[in-house]
Design a protein around this ligand. Structure first.
Ligand SMILES: NC(=O)c1ccc[n+]([C@@H]2O[C@H](COP(=O)([O-])OP(=O)(O)OC[C@H]3O[C@@H](n4cnc5c(N)ncnc54)[C@H](O)[C@@H]3O)[C@@H](O)[C@H]2O)c1
Ligand SMILES: [Zn+2]
Length: 375
């Protein structure tokens, strides 16, 4: 049953709001109950979230019991134009009109896919995000970006489109595996490093297995993301703070997809990207050595190592050039100027990127063995 208590929105004036705390879903119930009877609700989820999270959502939000459920396959492959086509057709067959509301229940795949489908169906219907992964809660479901993949290129087609609201219910994370949890923690570390030293300290000391202890930190991270986005919704300037670790991270993610090694999750690639960017921050004189060491030590201890050869560095640089953020062949990095502060658009040369990748390779546990065998 829903508890009709006080709901604390983290963004009282901002738009769109992110609701969190123990009564967030009670607030969703109130909102939906107040909709006109002509509004049809749809819930979009994947195989996992429909099995693991839908029963809990319906228990807290009875207004959704009459909703139409739509399920897609779990995984990135659902961010696909054919899946969109099936969803648009389904909405049309169910006579969804401009009053319809789409509730996206899932991780970043579902909020990206559902946001894009809702933003384009009949030139836009309302949608609500209910993220169920940590990556969704602290990143994907906040910020109004929705996209699908095309021709093997991630997020090639999409739109800026705001949900009516995002609702964080951290108990959904109970069923999330450790690797997926750490995937989202990388973005939380990033939020602390670029914006809030206290948050960085709390996140690095947090007991990751204890959801109750983690919940307020998840909420703080979500607040940081929505604050930064509110300052720059269209990503012209300050929002680039959130790119910290992503310039090299995206290239490594793409590189891992091409290689035969195990794949890298986005957060795992960003963690390596942050190690490299932190080193570049020191190399360019923006950050002192002690702070660099602290960041490096934490990230290297938390994430599995990813090995690549010196000969792969050329390909990684090439992938960075393909990234839309590096048009005209220039590398522009978001780098740390301290713990909790960063500078955007710092020019970095290809040689410096190679040095940073080399530095990461030297930190790997078997680095000295490899160097001996090459000698
Ligand atoms: N729009 C943005 O600003 C933005 C930001 C970050 C990431 N993204 C996108 O988000 C996607 C990645 O998001 P993700 O990491 O959440 O991936 P995901 O949505 O694929 O979820 C990861 C896995 O966890 C499962 N899952 C979801 N909730 C669960 C739960 N409560 N318990 C157990 N399993 C659960 C899913 O079924 C899936 O198998 C990428 O496509 C990325 O491009 C978008
Ligand atoms: Zn990211």
């Amino acid at each position: 049953m829903a508890t009709h208590g006080k709901v604390t929105p983290i963004m009282q004036t901002g738009h769109p709001p992110v609701f969190m705390g123990a009564h967030a879903l009670a607030h969703l119930e109130q909102r939906l109950a107040a909709l006109p009877a002509t509004s049809t609700c749809f819930i979009l989820g994947d195989e996992t979230t429909m099995a693991q999270c839908l029963p809990e959502l319906l228990a807290h939000v009875p207004a959704l019991q009459a909703a139409h459920n739509i399920q897609v396959r779990s995984g990135e492959q659902s961010k696909d134009i054919e899946v969109c086509r099936a969803l648009w057709m389904h909405l049309a067959e169910q006579h969804a009109d401009r009053q319809a509301v789409l509730v996206n229940l899932g991780g970043g795949v579902i909020t990206d896919l559902g946001g894009f489908v809702a933003a384009t169906y009949k030139r836009g219907i309302r949608f609500i995000h209910v993220p169920t992964t940590l990556m969704g809660m602290v990143d994907a479901a906040i910020g109004g970006k929705a996209a699908i993949d095309l021709g093997g290129v991630k997020n090639l087609v999409g739109a800026f489109a705001d949900p009516d609201a995002t609702y964080l219910h951290t108990p959904f994370l109970r069923t999330l595996g450790k690797r997926e949890l750490l995937n989202g923690v990388a973005e939380m570390v990033k939020h602390g490093l670029v914006r809030d030293a206290n948050h960085w300290n709390e996140v690095r000391r947090a007991p990751l297995h204890n959801l109750e202890a983690l919940a307020p930190l998840i909420e703080r991270s979500a607040a940081i993301k929505s604050e930064v986005v509110a300052e720059d919704p269209r990503e012209q300037g300050p929002r680039k703070l959130l790119n910290f670790g992503h310039t090299i991270g995206h290239a490594l993610e793409a590189f891992a997809m091409e290689s035969t090694q195990r794949s890298l999750l986005h957060g795992e690639a960003v963690a390596i990207g942050m190690v490299c960017a932190t080193w570049l921050s020191w190399r360019t004189g923006l950050l002192d050595r002690d702070r660099m060491n602290a960041v490096e030590e934490h990230l290297m201890g938390l994430y599995p190592s990813f090995s690549f050869q010196a000969t792969d560095e050329h390909r990684i640089l090439e992938l960075m050039r393909n990234d839309k953020k590096n048009s005209s062949g220039e590398y522009r990095f978001t780098l740390l100027t301290g713990i909790g502060s960063a500078e955007v658009d710092v020019p970095i040369t290809a040689a410096q990127v190679t040095e940073a990748l080399e530095h990461y390779r030297l930190l790997l546990p078997d680095a000295h063995l490899r160097l001996h065998s090459q000698a």
